[in-house]
Design a protein around this ligand. Structure first.
Ligand code: FAD
Length: 467
């Protein structure tokens, strides 16, 4: 029987990163993945393919503005969806290939097959050819991730009533895509198909889209997406989703009890994701699963069984690839006797629409609820020279700082390249910067990053320079 210091079950960004860090720290490491392709949700059916399609569709949408730049396109510009999807797959394949290389380079043993606990130190790997192999693990890291969730009355047929996984590989552009759930995944994929010509309607139970983020971001994103043609039905509870031939009929009710009926040819169900532990036999090892299906962990990501840890989407907290990665590294370092720490308040959240939306730290709603006295400074993108040069005028940067100490408590931005700009805010907050600290740092001109400096100036003493 093969025996390892650490066995990691699941090869998503949590699992494969943890495996690399374990190997770097000198552990004999193995990773078990039930699919042939490493990389988990993120690389195969999540972050990477969705960003590939967002990128392709963004290029297409930009053509409408070519004339403003003095670029004349003669002849028809057409979508070849099959080719667009094939390109997305090539990006995925190349990225997954990179993980295979990293496993080899770090001498990590890869087992392809479903991993399930035999007991707290043994894992059976059931392979596709029907054989099974049991391996021994001193420590195990559960990194089995998540799967799309649904509502009890919705039957996902994967043809017309679909999840994000199918939405990443459609064979035609929907005529009318009805999206159930206005969270990050629904909105990103909605913008892909909106740009490609679909009518897109979003039904959201809460009173705003991207409800986990600062409400000013929801408001601005709604405004921009409405301008682009997306339709929103917020504060609507979906009551039924039925297939009628090639049509999908969605009924939803508002707070007054009024019912709307939306008929589309596809419906994307994006109401969140659920932690995934099917087939893991966690109980055989004594690992506790919560009522919400999450593997229970303490602050050190240790489960109810001392030699078994869990990370990523399968445990509490934000379902984000970079959160999973941080936890993967943390577990490896704990096993090596180090004392790593994650500040969950500083895990940024991003929506990769255009304009991009990004945030870190506390929202205004959270600060108000906690009774924290704060100052707020905002700066609009339309006042930036760089934004005018590229006609990316939508959005703003908002900085929230403690009223007395001026420490930055939250940064919320929507606009061009904010997915990258948010890193400055994370760095500043990691070092407990004040708004004034940021406002006194030189920012290259002309850049989108100047909006961060200007918002910091506005938060410090309302002394932004360019408004
Ligand atoms: P996963 O990536 O889900 O990986 C778990 C792996 O474990 C899977 O490969 C699974 O097959 C394997 N597994 C499960 N059970 C077993 C078992 N018993 N034996 C063997 N293998 C098993 N996050 C971001 O941060 N940025 C984004 O832009 C972003 N975009 C997204 C877009 C979409 C459409 C979706 C669906 C998700 C997106 N996410 C994004 C979320 C991100 O994909 C997840 O947070 C991340 O993949 C979680 O990583 P993980 O390692 O915990 O689990």
């Amino acid at each position: 029987m093969s025996s390892f210091d650490v066995v990691i079950i699941g090869s998503g960004p949590g699992g494969y990163v943890s495996a690399i860090r374990c190997a770097q720290l000198g552990f004999k490491t193995a990773i078990v993945e039930k699919y042939n392709s490493l990389g988990g949700t993120c690389l195969n059916v999540g972050c990477i393919p969705s960003k590939a399609l967002l990128s392709s569709s963004h290029h297409y949408a930009e053509i409408a503005h070519f004339a403003d730049h003095g670029i004349e396109v003669s002849g028809d510009v057409k979508i070849n969806l099959e080719k667009m999807i094939a390109r997305k797959q090539a990006v995925v394949d190349q990225t997954v290939g990179g993980i295979n290389y990293l496993m080899d380079k770090n001498k990590i043993t890869v087992f392809n097959g479903l991993g399930s606990f035999v007991d707290a130190t043994h894992i059976a790997v059931a392979k596709a050819d029907g054989t099974s192999e049991t391996i021994e693990a001193k420590y195990t890291v559960i990194a089995t991730g998540s799967k799309p969730s649904s509502l009890p009355f919705i039957k996902i047929d994967k043809e017309r009533i679909i999840t994000s996984t199918e939405a990443l590989a459609l064979k035609e552009v929907p005529k009318h895509l009805v999206i159930i759930g206005g969270g990050v995944i629904g909105i990103e994929l909605g913008q892909v198909y909106l740009r490609l010509g679909a009518q897109v309607s979003v039904v959201e139970f809460m009173d705003r889209i991207i409800p986990g983020m600062d409400s000013s971001l929801s408001k601005e994103l709604t405004k921009v997406l409405k301008k682009q043609g997306m339709k929103f039905y917020v504060s609507h509870k979906v009551k039924s989703v039925e297939r009628n031939g090639d049509a999908v009929v969605v009924q939803a009710e508002n707070a007054k009890g009024e019912t709307i009926t939306l008929e589309g040819d596809y419906s994307l169900v994006s109401v969140g994701r659920r932690p995934y532990t099917d087939g893991l036999n966690a109980d055989k090892a004594g690992v506790k699963i919560s009522d919400r299906g999450q593997v229970e962990v303490n602050d050190h990501l240790q489960t109810s069984v001392p030699n078994i840890y869990a990370i990523g989407d399968v445990v509490r907290g934000a379902m984000l690839a970079h959160k999973a990665e941080e936890e993967g590294v943390m577990v490896a370092e704990i096993l090596a006797g180090q004392k790593p720490h994650i500040d969950y308040n500083l895990i940024p959240g991003v929506v990769y629409t255009w304009p991009e939306v990004a945030a870190v730290g506390q929202t205004e709603e959270q600060l108000k609820a906690a009774g924290v006295k704060y100052k707020s400074g905002s700066f609009p993108f339309k006042a930036l020279g760089r934004a005018r040069a590229s006609a990316d005028l939508d959005g703003f940067v908002k900085i929230l700082a403690d009223e007395k100490t001026d420490e930055v408590l939250g940064v919320h931005m929507i606009g061009a390249r904010t997915a990258d700009l948010i890193a400055e805010a994370v760095t500043a907050m990691e070092f407990k910067a004040s708004a004034e600290d940021i406002s006194r740092m030189s920012h290259a001109h002309p850049t989108f990053a100047e909006a961060v400096k200007e918002a910091a100036l506005a938060a410090t003493e309302n002394r932004a320079l360019h408004v």
